[in-house]
Design a protein around this ligand. Structure first.
Ligand SMILES: [Zn+2]
Length: 161
């Protein structure tokens, strides 16, 4: 689901009536200026958690920070602009904005302090796809994690429950 800017700017005596789609990954928490794909009117918006907190407000003469990914005209048979139309829509790069690109948490120990294998790189001795067949001989195969584990035991950070 995404928010839209339904552009009502008068162009050549009739409203623009273009729906500019604010794709959620890009605009979820976003403040800036975005253009209408059709008439290129620049709108300021401030979105917080997907909610349009401020705007759209017209900003005549200002440059947009970005463009919608897609826009169409429901009143004209859904004539549309696909992604990547120069000066109108943004190219589709299959990626959310960098701040949403996240990084997996590397977990070496469970909440009870027991060793886990949710980290990388796994040692080459782990074999294909990091599978230690049947038994993970942690002391031999991951000596640093074993060392850390011993420290945790000493500090009383390993619990059964
Ligand atoms: Zn427009």
């Amino acid at each position: 689901m995404c928010d839209i800017i339904w552009c009502k700017k008068e162009v050549g005596g009739k409203p623009c009536n273009t729906v500019n789609y604010l794709d959620p990954y890009t605009f979820w928490n976003w403040e800036g200026k975005v253009n209408c794909a059709e008439c290129k009117t620049v709108y300021y918006i401030h979105m917080i958690q997907g909610f349009n907190y401020k705007g759209p407000e017209e900003r005549p003469g200002e440059k947009p920070d970005t463009s919608p990914l897609y826009a169409d005209k429901p009143l004209e048979g859904y004539r549309n602009y696909y992604p990547g139309v120069e000066g109108r829509t943004r190219p589709y790069q299959c990626l959310p904005r960098h701040i949403y690109l996240g990084k997996a948490d590397m977990v070496k120990f469970s909440i009870r302090g027991k060793p886990l294998r949710g980290w990388r790189p796994q040692p080459p001795s782990a074999g294909i796809a990091g599978q230690f067949p049947y038994k993970w001989d942690i002391q031999k195969l991951s000596p640093e994690v074993w060392q850390e584990y011993q420290e945790k035991i000493k500090k009383g950070e390993v619990k059964e429950w």
